[in-house]
Design a protein. Structure first.
Length: 284
């Protein structure tokens, strides 16, 4: 049986651990707060108190922690415990900080793939963007195939996938903000937002993303597909990368202020659609 370790069992990591288990992997897991990982034992996942213990015997290690600092901390802890042929997949959104992660992995002798994802692991149908050498990609292919419906081969060295993730997130945060603004505007006209959804349905103006977040935008559910605090963090990475590339951040600046204001209003752990609260206050 193939063995994989998942380090970081928040919503994404837990869903990935379960999915790997369903695909026949022996799964070992660790989370900084161990109690958050314990429910995985009901799905046949072995939970360990340290990251180093979790990666022992694992052929593939998936790091799904929140930021670059946490990735570096985990890498330094697990390096001595990794099997010599183990492949580590870095899936956190870290932006240009991936360069420091790659450098650290090389210094530690860790074989690293840059492998951020798009989508919600709880919903399935992930897209994984992968950058790294051909042989680690080959070795990690069973994990990639188990987790993703689409794998985008970005580059032959880690780094490009994390930057591509920034471009993708800029698009998604923009779509979400415009959808929230449209919901507020529609309701300010005394109309039901569902009428807008009906009007664009099946047209060139429709989008899968709009349908994906429709229930959050209409208030039918408070399920968190992605939290506001993640957008605040990621937009900081996106703006920094844009500045480094010499790209004006006029749109990004407005997006960053919108999501930051939502977080400051106590909505950090709410779904991205919660920015409609801020847009509603501004429109009042």
């Amino acid at each position: 049986m193939r063995t994989a370790a998942v380090l970081g069992t928040g919503d994404a990591g837990s869903a990935m651990a379960r999915q790997l288990r369903e695909h026949g992997f022996a799964v070992r897991a660790w989370n900084r707060t161990e109690s958050r990982a314990q429910p995985l034992t009901a799905h046949g996942v072995a939970v360990f108190p340290t990251a180093a213990e979790a990666v022992r015997t694992a052929e593939a290690v998936l790091i799904t922690v929140f930021d670059a600092a946490a990735v570096l901390e985990v890498l330094r802890e697990i390096a001595p415990a990794l099997d010599s042929d183990a492949v580590v997949l870095q899936s956190a959104t870290v932006g240009a900080d991936i360069d420091g992660i790659v450098q650290t992995a090389e210094q530690l002798g860790v074989t690293l793939l840059d492998a951020p994802f798009l989508g919600n692991p709880k919903r399935g149908g992930l897209t994984l963007m992968v950058a790294g050498a051909a042989e680690p990609k080959r070795l990690a292919s069973p994990v990639l195939e188990a987790l993703a419906s689409t794998v985008v081969d970005v580059a032959d060295r880690p780094g490009g996938a994390s930057l591509l993730k920034l471009a993708c997130n800029a698009w998604l945060f923009g779509l979400n903000a415009v959808a929230a603004q449209t919901a507020v505007l529609t309701e300010a006209f005394g109309l039901d937002f569902r009428l807008f959804l009906d009007a664009v349905a099946g047209s060139k103006a429709d989008s899968p993303y709009l349908r994906y977040r429709a229930a959050q935008l209409t208030g039918e559910t408070d399920e968190v597909l992605s939290p506001v605090r993640a957008a605040v963090k990621d937009l900081a990475h996106i703006r920094a990368a844009a500045t480094s590339a010499g790209v004006p951040d006029l749109v990004l600046d407005h997006l960053a202020r919108l999501y930051t204001q939502a977080a400051d209003n106590g909505l950090a752990d709410h779904d991205l659609a919660a920015v409609r609260v801020v847009l509603g206050k501004q429109a009042a």
